[in-house]
Write a protein of this length. Structure first.
Length: 318
């Protein structure tokens, strides 16, 4: 008597031959349900389409990885968040309001440093956060421990909560999507984050929190600030302006001119961090430089954004 595996392997041959399908003997203990040929072929085609899509996605991922390496984007980690939801929500609820911004900035800087250079102990945070203020270091460290963003091993090394930021993402995000499809992630480029942090005046470092706060509203494909960050058609993007950015980042809307002026001064490698253009009837289009973060998988689309920043001449407002 044939075993089940042999029998199952022969099913395709059996049901493709009408005559044999009427005269074969079903082995004892096996159950079989026939489906119409049309339905069967549709299922086969669906599986093929899924396989082709996966192959194409992997191809794009590999092409993007090679492009980033060849064009000096450097090492990156993946920041995990939810579309259209406040960034670092637990941190916001745990940390005193006046300390939220600098804690967000220092956490992201710490992740970038560990991703780039390896293990870090608390004693090294003076270097990582570029400050001699031990009270400030201890306070931030305490906040990050309390909200579960970091832990300390028995050997004294700092580890990052991988539910928030991690290097390997593929299998993890699949598991997250089983419970909530709104989870997503983006690449955050370590060298750019560290350089930006080190070069800005220490008293202005908390301004960098705005770049992280707006992440859940950044379109994954075009790096533009909008209400519909998963939209793939750029003509259908619903843009968010400076008043919206004030609300997201916790600023008084009446002070949006100051927020705009401060953020539009920021540069990395000679390029501005943000681009602000006007479209149609006074609609602001705010774009983030992809050297800071970028989620897309199409190299040509990334090149197009980079070209925009290469050519961009900003109005200084002076």
């Amino acid at each position: 008597m044939p075993n089940n595996d042999d029998f199952i392997n022969d099913i395709d041959n059996i049901i493709s031959n009408t005559e044999s399908s009427m005269n074969f003997e079903v082995p004892e203990g096996c159950n079989i349900t026939f489906i119409p040929q049309e339905e069967y072929e549709a299922k086969l085609q669906n599986k093929k389409n899924q396989s082709d899509a996966l192959i194409e996605k992997n191809k794009k991922t590999n092409t993007m990885r090679e492009y980033l390496q060849d064009n000096e984007f450097g090492r990156y980690f993946h920041m995990i968040y939810k579309y259209n939801q406040p960034m670092f929500e637990k941190l916001r609820k745990t940390v005193p309001k006046s300390k939220v911004k600098i804690t967000m900035v220092r956490f992201t800087t710490l992740v970038a440093y560990i991703s780039l250079y390896g293990k870090v102990k608390k004693s090294m945070l003076t270097e990582v956060w570029a400050t001699e203020n031990r009270n400030g270091i201890n306070e931030t460290y305490k906040f990050l421990l309390e909200c579960g963003f970091i832990e300390e091993t028995e050997d004294g090394f700092i580890t990052i909560n991988e539910n928030i930021a991690r290097e390997k993402i593929k299998d993890y995000i699949k598991e997250l999507h089983k419970e909530d499809k709104s989870y997503t992630y983006t690449r955050v480029f370590c060298e750019s984050i560290l350089k930006l942090y080190k070069e800005i005046e220490s008293r202005k470092r908390q301004q960098l929190s705005n770049l992280y706060a707006i992440l859940p509203y950044i379109n994954f494909k075009y790096n533009r600030l909008c209400k519909n960050p998963t939209e793939t058609d750029k003509h259908k993007l619903e843009y968010l302006g400076w008043s919206d950015l004030c609300e997201i980042c916790g600023y008084d809307k009446s002070n949006f001119h100051k927020l705009r002026k401060d953020l539009m001064k920021l540069k990395i490698n000679g390029q501005y961090i943000l681009m602000d253009t006007i479209r149609g009837e006074n609609i602001n289009v705010i774009i983030v430089n992809p050297h800071i973060y970028y989620a897309g998988d199409n190299v040509n689309e990334l090149k197009a954004i980079i070209d925009l920043f290469d050519d961009f001449e900003i109005y200084s407002g002076k």
